[in-house]
Design a protein around this ligand. Structure first.
Ligand code: GLU
Length: 445
């Protein structure tokens, strides 16, 4: 790494102790940014990197609620408003027991570059809570969401900060959050949250967008090698919203998705995953993959195993951060891997990324490959602002154009900086340069 950047990195790491995931995300971005600072010394003079790494505002709050047994529960809520150079803070809320400041900051930091790459007018932010929705009744989730919004509402707004979903926050949670925001403010402010239901201000394609977009981006990478998804053998990790829609899209393009996972194990379905059954089990019943295996002949369920033990030509990690390490990457490469598209945020460890890049595997980092979700959130904001709603076809067309555009921007930036095919460098420099220029133009704020 460039010596000037190393010094800035060390300061950032030292002033944010104990935030391992944030450190990882910062180091990975800094490793790409030497060449852009050689060309633009004015970014160093204006301390753009130091400013980028310090969130504009960080909110941490108590979330008290009562469970169905009447017991008082206390969780911690977060919203990190990272950067507003390009637009209102935009990014999801994650409800998961692993959530702490280091996770929210890594996600918020990545979101700045991701959102810049979409070409839409959105800044970067992220939030969430260590609340675990798993096993909770609808009534408990509603009481939690109401309490969470009772603090959050004063910090957000359609021109200020626009939260959405992430792990543990889907249509149900967004509904409860929106209801409470409306009740407190007495405003039907559609643009304050995205991922809303279709009948009350949501956008068609938003539920599918992250998974679809990941596959569209990966298809663009495959095209550079003269191939496509048609005939590929695909492994997907996860079985939530992103994974399910990635599976559906990959199979619609002629691939066979033979495996996917949940936190307990994975299923092998050599005939190609039955997306209808998967949706029924995971989305309608909120069940486990074990239940899918029981209901479909020829499917095996591997309890506790790693889905990366399955050979594939394309891997789509769609579960969570650091789920794919160097050992798993090496195994996948030995099994004939051609491409990786990250549907989750930072699912590959730094070792894994190095293994893929050394082996010449096409590697699409999450901040580029999974940007379709937030891009479609920006399309939802656009529809809300004009009190309009677009057809599925039109919205999907816009999503496709955006993903093809992101691929093009990453590839062209990698070419421009003499590292063709390096999508990590292309995404980091492409996103950074746009934000840096906007920050310079807006002065020292
Ligand atoms: N949580 C998603 C992401 O990681 C979507 C955020 C949004 O739609 O605002 O990009």
């Amino acid at each position: 790494m460039d010596a000037r950047l190393e010094a800035i990195r060390d300061t950032v790491l030292a002033r944010n102790p104990g935030e391992a995931e944030f450190h990882q995300a910062v180091v990975e971005v800094f490793e790409s940014l030497g060449p852009v600072h050689d060309r633009h010394p004015e970014f160093l003079d204006a301390a753009i990197l130091e400013r980028l790494c310090e969130p504009e505002r960080q909110i941490i709050f108590r979330v008290p609620w009562t469970d169905d047994a009447g017991r008082v529960q206390i969780n911690r809520g977060f919203r990190v408003e990272f950067n507003s150079a390009l637009g209102p803070y935009k990014g999801g809320l994650r409800f998961h027991p692993s959530v702490y400041l280091g996770i929210v900051k890594f996600l918020g930091f990545e979101q700045i570059f991701k959102n810049a790459l979409t070409g839409m007018p959105i800044g970067g932010g992220k939030g969430g809570s260590d609340f675990d929705p798993r096993g909770r009744s609808d009534a408990e989730v509603m009481r939690f969401c109401r309490s969470f919004m009772t603090e959050l509402y004063r910090h957000i707004g359609e021109y200020t900060d626009v939260p959405a979903g992430d792990i543990g926050v889907g249509g149900r949670e967004i509904g409860y959050l929106f209801g409470q925001y409306k009740r407190i403010t007495n405003r039907y402010e559609s643009g304050v949250l995205t991922g809303k239901g279709i009948s009350w201000g949501g956008s068609l394609v938003r539920p599918e967008a992250t998974g679809f977009g990941t596959v569209i981006f990966t298809q663009e990478m495959l095209k550079t090698r003269g191939t496509s998804f048609d005939g590929q053998r695909v492994v997907v990790s996860g079985s939530g919203n992103v994974a399910i829609n990635a599976i559906a899209k990959a199979q619609s393009l002629g691939a066979t998705v033979v495996a996917c996972s949940d936190s307990s194990g994975y299923i092998m379905d050599e005939a190609g995953i039955d997306v209808g059954l998967l949706r029924e089990v995971k989305e309608v019943e909120r069940g486990r993959l074990k239940d899918y295996a029981v209901r479909r002949p020829g499917v095996s369920y591997v309890d506790g195993g790693s889905v990366w033990d399955v050979d594939a030509t394309v891997a789509l990690p769609c579960a969570t951060q650091n789920e794919l390490d160097g050992g798993a990457a090496a195994r996948l490469v030995r099994g004939g891997l051609l491409a990786v598209g990250e549907g989750a945020n930072m699912p590959s460890t730094r070792d894994a990324v190095a293994v893929f890049q050394e082996a010449g595997v096409l590697f699409g980092p999450g901040k580029a490959a999974n940007a379709g979700g937030v891009a479609t959130s920006a399309l939802e904001m656009q529809q809300n602002a004009s009190r309009d709603s677009w057809s599925f076809e039109h919205t999907e067309e816009r999503l496709t154009d955006i993903m093809v555009g992101i691929h093009h921007r990453c590839a062209a930036t990698a070419d421009e900086y003499g590292e063709p095919g390096n999508y990590v460098l292309g995404a980091n420099i492409g996103g950074f340069a746009k934000v840096a220029e906007a920050m310079l133009a807006q002065g020292l704020i």
